[in-house]
Design a protein around this ligand. Structure first.
Ligand SMILES: [Zn+2]
Length: 292
């Protein structure tokens, strides 16, 4: 095992395979997500990850967009969501269709880990009828009972969740807590499968109860940091989003705390590949294990 990983105690048979993919993208002015960035709108791919665990099989981390995003944003007030973040998506790019082209059927997906409940992360979950959903109870509680305007402001479209969503849910808070290495910027994690292979950590701020995921493959250590930052340049150059981005953050103080921890992780453990969900540059890096 590479030294200094959050998953350093993993037995080698719990190493996973990883594939980074995207399903659609939206456009935002760059300066909102990165201080000093361009005024013009730039594309933000909706990333998701396919993980293959030696015993548990296929696991997704988020799903990116699906065509349901358009169905759920046809009418006011959800229409505002689509207007604020114009989305480009083609059916062939949905998570389920991309997997099918690789010979992975929807029914093969055992778990979908949800970093948070924004539509660009959960829009595809109805396509996986046999999957259980793993997420922070706190993340769902923050959006579950919101009214229609508040839901849109929180980036949450309840129609994207299957009717039996709650029955199929497993709460990350109930997974084993584990201590991370002493000098690690994140102190504790949740050992999702009990073998140290997938360690969820809290990265709140962008959304309440947002989690990121540490994992190790045979060749690299990764931290899938969800929307803790929007691009790798943010932690590489220590550039926070524009103050106006606070409007779309659940808690900007938590965001700032998570941001500093991420910058520290990058400085102290440069070998860990930090993958923000919407960073085209990071998502395009080959994981070295494209074939599963
Ligand atoms: Zn997002």
């Amino acid at each position: 095992m590479p030294r200094g990983s959050a998953t350093a105690t993993v037995a080698s048979d719990a190493l996973v395979e990883l594939q980074l993919l995207t399903a659609g993208f939206c456009r935002h002015p760059e300066f909102l997500t990165l201080r000093g960035g361009a005024l013009k709108p730039v594309p933000f791919p909706a990333g998701f990850a396919v993980i293959r665990h030696p015993r548990h099989g296929y696991i997704l981390f988020d799903t990116g967009y699906s065509a349901r995003f358009f169905d759920e944003t046809k009418r006011f007030p959800a229409l505002l969501y689509r207007m604020m973040t114009p989305v480009t998506f083609s059916e062939k790019d949905s998570a389920v269709n991309q997997l099918r082209r690789q010979g992975i059927e929807a029914e093969d997906i055992r778990y979908v880990v949800l970093s948070h409940f924004h539509a660009d992360h959960v829009a595809g979950i109805r396509d996986f009828p046999h999957a259980s959903f793993l997420y922070k109870k706190e993340a769902y509680a923050a959006v579950k009972n919101l009214g229609s305007f508040a839901s849109v402001k929180a980036g949450y479209l309840p129609g994207l969740l299957p009717e039996n969503f709650e029955k199929r849910s497993l709460f990350i808070e109930e997974a084993n807590r584990c201590r991370l290495p002493n000098d690690f910027p994140f102190l504790t994690g949740y050992d999702l499968l009990g073998d140290g292979s997938l360690i969820a950590v809290d990265v709140p701020g962008h959304a309440a109860g947002q989690i990121g995921l540490f994992l190790s493959t045979a060749s690299s250590d990764y931290f899938l940091c969800a929307d803790a930052v929007w691009s790798s340049r943010a932690f590489q150059e220590r550039r926070k989003p524009h103050a106006a981005a606070r409007l779309i953050m659940a808690d900007h103080r938590h965001y700032a705390d998570t941001f500093e921890r991420l910058c520290l992780l990058h400085r102290q453990y440069p070998h860990i590949r930090i993958i923000p969900s919407h960073c085209g540059e990071a998502l395009l890096q080959r994981t070295g294990e494209e074939q599963m």
